[in-house]
Design a protein around this ligand. Structure first.
Ligand code: BGC
Length: 459
């Protein structure tokens, strides 16, 4: 395996790195908030604009369509304009979207502005981890990048609470509009943060890159890290065709595979439909269903913290493998609970228990580790585009699962649907076991060298 960590690198992240991770995590907070907020807001939007079920579905899914679009356009922008500039633009879009949806006079306006919010979510979902991964020292990269996932899960819980607090007065416009606060924080914060030193090197802005590395590493001795980045740039051209070339292809397969598995194992059926699942399990009272949903959200946040504690200590692979196993097990139990006849009280409790275990297992593994790995495994010249591709696929499958869940319940029944997600989870486990490399403690350039070492030697 590649060399150990460079000597010039200071061990603790330092002020600039903490600020970069904290401010870009506002992108994650908005990702979570804006995807979660619709669950409560839709009840009032439906009334206000007298929507039938088709239009309701369009309102709910518009953010996901936008996210696919944002992920698609963001990749090129991250490579051309820089990671910092893209995050700044995203902050502005989030703010415009928040205010625009809050004042929407018609449903068409609302849908259009929810697409704008979605574009911002799609772009932020990969550019925040990308930016932090390129600025953080190797030994702390795992938890610093995963701060973004903590922000996503916190954003989801905050949105539930805001929905809950404002539903008494039906203030759906405020539910959307409040997102403008973190959005302005993201845009103004990015004004004061430095660009990623790796992106600067790629654009031959060596002096600036050196200055920023010195500031973020807290040492003037950064020549070795600069040299590693330079060497990695010399190896590859950064063209689109390189994405499918022999060097990048294995990493591309890992990123795309994880993107698909993160979604087709069903996490967002729980995030978007938890109250429905609890009602299916026999908890007919809306308030119990909402309370249980908030509980699921809190489990998601807490287990993400546990994952952040472990990620740079035990590594990415063990967390993925243990998390996947937990997801498969809990989906199996959930299926059995729905399959057994005449156990309605027990079914309800088993459903709550296994959903909690399922979300906990996702939060410890596939949730944070997917976003972290796609920020780590690609060579610098194609990193933005490769990440954006994995992100497009992730949002595309998110949409697919959201649009098919209720139909699957009708066609396969409840046990069949959860067993299907569990079966796909078994596939995910083997995929991780065979193909996903350990990246703990390595610099991004060392990870790149790992893929290069595996290339078949030319004779
Ligand atoms: C996923 C989202 C999901 C969230 C839940 C993220 O990592 O990409 O689709 O809603 O985790 O915590």
């Amino acid at each position: 395996m590649p060399r150990s960590i460079q000597s010039g690198q200071r061990d603790s992240p330092g002020y600039y790195v903490y600020m970069a991770a904290a401010i870009s995590a506002l992108g994650g907070l908005l990702f979570g908030y804006d995807t979660g907020v619709i669950s409560g807001a839709i009840l009032f939007v439906r009334e206000e604009f007298q929507l039938g079920s088709t239009l309701q579905e369009v309102v709910v899914s518009s953010v996901l369509w936008g996210a696919v679009l944002g992920a698609a356009t963001g990749g090129l922008l991250a490579d051309r304009l820089g990671r910092r500039m893209l995050l700044l633009i995203t902050g502005i879009l989030f703010a415009l979207g928040a205010i625009g949806t809050a004042i929407a006079p018609t449903v068409a306006w609302l849908i259009a502005l929810r697409v704008v919010v979605g574009v911002a979510i799609g772009a932020a979902s990969f550019s925040a981890p990308l930016y932090v991964s390129e600025i953080a020292p190797a030994r702390h990269r795992g938890w610093l990048v995963s701060l973004n996932q903590l922000a996503i899960t916190s954003g989801i819980v905050v949105s539930y609470l805001v929905d809950f607090a404002l539903s008494g007065i039906g203030a759906w416009r405020w539910m959307f509009g409040l997102a403008a606060i973190p959005a302005v924080g993201l845009a103004t914060g990015m004004l004061f943060l430095p660009e990623s030193p790796r992106w600067l090197m790629e654009h031959v802005l060596v002096d600036q890159a050196r200055r920023i590395l010195q500031r973020t590493r807290g040492t003037s001795d950064v020549e070795e890290e600069l040299e590693d980045i330079r060497a990695s740039l010399a190896q590859s051209s950064g063209s689109w065709s390189q994405l499918v070339g022999p060097l990048v292809r294995p990493a591309l397969v890992v990123g795309l595979g994880l993107a698909v598995f993160q979604q087709i194992t069903g996490i967002n059926t729980v995030i978007y439909y938890a109250p429905t699942i609890f009602q299916l399990a026999g908890f007919t009272s809306a308030s119990v269903a909402i309370l249980a949903t908030a509980g699921v959200g809190v489990v998601n946040v807490l287990m993400t913290v546990v994952s952040m504690y472990l990620i740079d200590r035990v590594g990415r692979r063990p967390l993925l493998l243990v998390g996947m196993a937990g997801m498969v097990f809990s989906l199996g139990i959930l299926g059995v609970a729905f399959w057994l006849p005449g156990l309605s009280d027990v079914v309800g409790w088993v459903a709550i228990g296994s959903l909690a275990l399922y979300v906990a297992s996702f939060a410890i593994g596939l949730g944070p580790v997917f976003w972290l790995l796609i920020a780590e495994i690609y060579p610098l010249p194609v990193r933005g585009r490769a990440m954006s591709l994995a992100t497009i696929v992730n949002w595309g499958f998110n949409l697919l699962v959201a649009l098919t869940f209720l139909t699957l319940i009708e066609v396969l029944g409840r046990p069949g649907t959860f067993w299907l997600y569990g079966g796909l989870g078994i596939g995910a486990w083997f995929f991780v076991f065979w193909l996903v490399p350990e990246t703990k403690g390595r610099t991004l350039e060392q990870i790149e060298a790992y893929w290069r070492d595996r290339l078949p030697r030319e004779r």
